[in-house]
Design a protein around this ligand. Structure first.
Ligand SMILES: NC(=O)c1ccc[n+]([C@@H]2O[C@H](COP(=O)([O-])OP(=O)(O)OC[C@H]3O[C@@H](n4cnc5c(N)ncnc54)[C@H](OP(=O)(O)O)[C@@H]3O)[C@@H](O)[C@H]2O)c1
Length: 184
């Protein structure tokens, strides 16, 4: 996907794989919107990237993706700022291990909210604009943990099975819509 003059939103950009996505996209996109909870980490990523690429615009949004009203605030902010997201990278995610019966209910809930619910909500909010503009892409970060149930990673593996299934279904919808007469 050509990203010149395009805007990319990356969730979980304060660390790990998301931070690396930001680094790699910095030389290709016009602007990046970096989302995670830790604002200090996001500022650090922004400062480093803009130092290396002064023409790049980097927005940072401290957002708890386990909090649905904060996810809503993020998409409202995008609309208010008139920022069209051309590439959405749903990368933020968390895991846990151990027997399910002894697991922390709050952690399980957060895993489901971040790995599945926020990913689905952001996709639902941003995909129609991409379809209307006839350009855009969504990259959902899943895991090989989603291929089969994994004892002692029960919730994490199940959330990633959801991510893979959901993403493949959307891809098939796109192929289907492109194969309709008159579609381009
Ligand atoms: N690392 C691996 O080996 C591996 C393998 C397969 C798949 N994955 C997947 O790859 C993705 C990234 O993994 P990683 O290893 O880079 O993880 P990581 O280093 O732990 O980073 C996770 C990122 O997600 C953000 N995040 C977590 N909870 C959040 C919340 N409630 N709201 C907003 N942001 C939140 C964190 O930011 P804050 O803490 O600042 O909020 C952080 O930026 C995940 O979806 C993971 O399941 C990883």
């Amino acid at each position: 996907m050509k990203l010149d003059e395009r805007n990319a939103l990356i969730t979980g950009a304060s660390a790990g794989i998301g931070r690396e996505f930001a680094r790699q996209l910095a030389g290709r996109a016009r602007s990046l919107i970096l989302v995670a909870r830790r604002e200090d980490r996001l500022s650090e990523v922004r400062d480093k990237l803009t130092q290396q690429r002064p023409s790049l615009t980097v927005h940072i949004r401290s957002t708890d993706l386990a909090n649905l009203s904060e996810v809503e605030e993020l998409t409202t902010w995008l609309e208010q700022e008139n920022i069209h997201v051309d590439l959405l990278i749903n990368n933020a995610g968390l895991g846990d291990s151990g027997p399910f019966a002894a697991s922390d209910p709050r952690r399980n809930e957060q895993m489901m909210l971040v790995n599945m619910v926020a990913l689905t909500s952001l996709t639902r909010r941003l995909l129609p604009q991409m379809i209307a503009r006839k350009r855009g892409g969504i990259l959902n970060v899943s895991s090989s943990a989603g291929f089969l149930p994994i004892p002692e990673f029960a919730v994490y593996a199940a959330t990633k099975a959801y991510v893979t299934s959901f993403s493949e279904a959307l891809r098939a919808e796109r192929v289907h819509s492109l194969s309709r007469p008159g579609a381009n």
